[in-house]
Ligand binder design. Structure first.
Ligand code: SF4
Ligand code: SF4
Ligand code: FES
Length: 438
C-alpha cells in the first residue's frame, strides 16, 4: 500500500498543471501530486491507498505534449501538464458514455446514486446522454451472501475490490476473468458465489467499490438526499462554461424564433411515469411568462391528439411498444428540434429494467402462471393493444435527438433553462446543478 498523500512534505519542486504550479514529492505521480494540491484530474480506477492500476484511462493528460495516464506518469520538475482541455474532456466523456452503455446503469433505482464516482464524474464531464446504443447486458446478481450484494451490471472493472481483498484483507476473494467484451468480475469460491467465499462486511473490499456493484445489504438509501457525498460536494470542475457539450447538442442549431410568431412546442410521454411532465409544470407561474413566447401543439397538457409542424418536441419516456415507435417517428418528422427528456427517454430508465428478462416468460408469468389469476387466464389479445418490444429502448436508438435533458425527473429549472434558451435562439448550456441522473 502507498503512503497517505497527507504524509508527504513539500520538496520545493513543481510542475505546471493547466498553467498553474503544482508542488510534488520525489516518487509521486502527477495524479497524486495534483490530488494533494486539491487540483482535480478525473479518474476512476485510482485510489490514494493503492498503487496505480492505469486501466480506466479517465486520467489521461498531455505531458509536454505527449499523452499519458496521470495516475502512472511520475511527476518531474518543469513538466507542462494539460488536463482540463476540450479535447481531453471530450475523450473522457466518450469513455464515460461507453462505460454507461456497456453496463446497466439506472441511477434513479441505484442505492449508490449521489455517492457514486462514475455518476459524479459523468456530471463533471457534462455527460447529458449515452450517445451510443445501450448494450443492456444480461448479467446476474449475486445475493447469496447474508450481508453483501453483488451487482455485476454496474461493475466498471476498476479492480479496486480485487486489490483490496488481496492486499489488505489477505483473502483474494475477487478476480477479473474473460476477454474483451466478456471480461468480468469473478468470485474466487468453489461455487463462484460470494456466500461460499471468506468475505465479511468489515473487509476493506466490501467498502471500496466506487460504484453500486458491491453494496452492503439492509442499508439501502440510508443517506438522505442532500447529504450524499456528491450532493454536498460536487467534483471540483472549473465551471459549466468549460464543460464539453454533448455531440448531439452541438450538431443542431436551436430553432430560431420568428418575429411576431410564437414557437410551437409539442410534448409526449412514451414509456415513462409522467413525472417529467409533472416536473415541467413545477415551473409554476413562470409558465405564463413562457406562454408569451411559446404555444403548445399536441401535448397531454393541452389534450390535443394530433401533431402539426412544430419547432420543439419534448419526449418523455423510452420505447416499450410499437405505438411508442410510431409516435416517436411522428414527433421526429414534425419537430425541428427534438429533446429527450429524463432518464427513460435517454437510456430506457426504470422500464428498461425488464431488459434482463425474456419477454415471453415475463408475459407468461404476469398473465398465465402467477398466483391469484383466475382459471383460464390468457394473454390479452385485443388488436387495439400495441405489441410490446423485446427490449425497452432509448429514443436516440431510433431517431436523431438534438438535446438531452437528464434527470428522474429533470428539475423544473432545467425545463425553464432549456425552453428560454431555445426561444432566444441560443444553445442551452445547463449549469452543473441542473444536470442530474437521479
Ligand atoms: S449511481 Fe449506480 S447506476 Fe448510476 S452510475 Fe453509479 S453505479 Fe451506475
Ligand atoms: S466490483 Fe466495484 S470495486 Fe470491484 S472491480 Fe467492479 S467496480 Fe471496481
Ligand atoms: S485513474 Fe488513471 S487510468 Fe484510471
Amino acid at each position: 500500500m502507498t503512503a497517505r498523500l497527507s504524509d508527504t512534505v513539500d520538496s520545493g519542486q513543481s510542475f505546471s498543471l493547466d498553467g498553474q504550479a503544482v508542488p510534488f514529492q520525489p516518487g509521486e505521480t502527477i495524479l497524486q501530486a495534483a490530488t494533494r494540491a486539491q487540483r482535480y484530474i478525473p479518474h476512476l480506477c485510482w485510489h490514494p491507498d493503492f498503487p496505480a492500476q492505469g486501466s480506466c484511462r479517465l486520467c489521461s493528460v498531455k505531458v509536454d505534449g505527449h499523452p499519458g495516464a496521470a495516475c502512472t506518469v511520475p511527476a518531474s520538475a518543469g513538466q507542462a501538464v494539460e488536463s482540463n482541455t476540450e479535447e481531453l474532456n471530450g475523450r473522457r466523456k466518450m469513455l464515460l458514455q461507453m462505460l454507461f452503455v456497456e453496463g446497466n446503469h439506472f441511477c434513479p433505482s441505484c442505492e449508490k446514486s449521489g455517492n457514486c464516482l462514475l455518476q459524479a464524474t459523468a456530471y463533471a464531464m457534462g455527460m447529458e446522454g449515452p450517445h451510443f446504443e445501450e448494450f443492456y447486458p444480461d448479467r446476474s446478481l449475486d445475493a447469496s451472501h447474508p450481508d453483501i450484494l453483488l451487482d455485476f451490471n454496474r461493475c466498471i472493472l476498476c479492480e479496486l475490490c480485487v486489490r483490496a481483498s488481496r492486499e489488505v484483507d489477505g483473502k483474494n476473494v475477487f478476480a477479473i476473468g474473460g476477454l474483451g467484451i466478456a471480461t468480468q468480475l469473478l468470485v474466487n469460491s468453489r461455487s463462484g458465489l460470494l456466500a461460499d467465499s471468506t468475505m465479511t462486511l468489515d473487509d476493506r473490499a466490501a467498502g471500496i467499490c466506487p460504484v453500486g456493484a458491491i453494496l452492503p445489504k439492509r442499508r439501502g438509501f440510508a443517506i438522505p438526499i442532500g447529504q450524499r457525498p456528491f450532493d454536498l460536494k460536487p467534483l471540483p470542475v472549473p465551471g459549466p462554461g468549460d464543460l464539453v457539450r454533448s455531440v448531439a447538442a452541438a450538431a443542431s442549431p436551436p430553432a430560431k424564433p420568428r418575429a411576431g410568431r410564437k414557437l410551437k412546442v409539442a410534448t409526449v410521454s412514451l414509456a415513462g411515469c409522467f413525472g417529467c411532465h409533472m416536473s415541467f409544470l413545477d415551473i409554476d407561474e413562470r409558465l405564463f411568462e413562457l406562454l408569451e413566447q411559446i404555444e403548445f401543439d399536441r401535448s397531454p397538457l393541452t389534450d390535443i391528439k394530433q401533431i402539426g409542424p412544430c419547432d420543439i418536441g419534448l419526449i418523455e419516456g423510452g420505447l416499450c411498444n410499437a405505438e411508442n415507435v410510431t409516435l416517436l417517428r411522428e414527433f421526429r418528422a414534425h419537430c425541428k428540434t427534438l429533446v429527450a427528456v429524463g432518464a427513460c427517454a435517454i437510456n430506457g430508465g426504470l422500464p428498461a429494467q425488464r431488459n434482463h428478462l425474456d419477454l415471453g416468460s415475463l408475459l407468461s408469468e404476469v398473465y398465465r402462471s402467477r398466483q391469484g389469476l383466475s382459471a383460464g387466464s390468457a394473454f390479452p389479445n385485443d388488436p387495439e393493444l400495441p405489441l410490446p418490444l423485446n427490449k425497452v429502448r432509448a429514443i436516440h436508438e431510433l431517431v436523431h435527438v438534438d438535446y438531452f435533458l437528464p434527470g428522474c425527473p429533470p428539475p423544473a429549472e432545467a425545463f425553464w433553462h432549456l425552453l428560454t434558451e431555445l426561444v432566444a435562439g441560443r444553445t442551452p448550456q445547463p449549469d452543473f446543478g441542473l444536470i442530474r441522473y437521479d
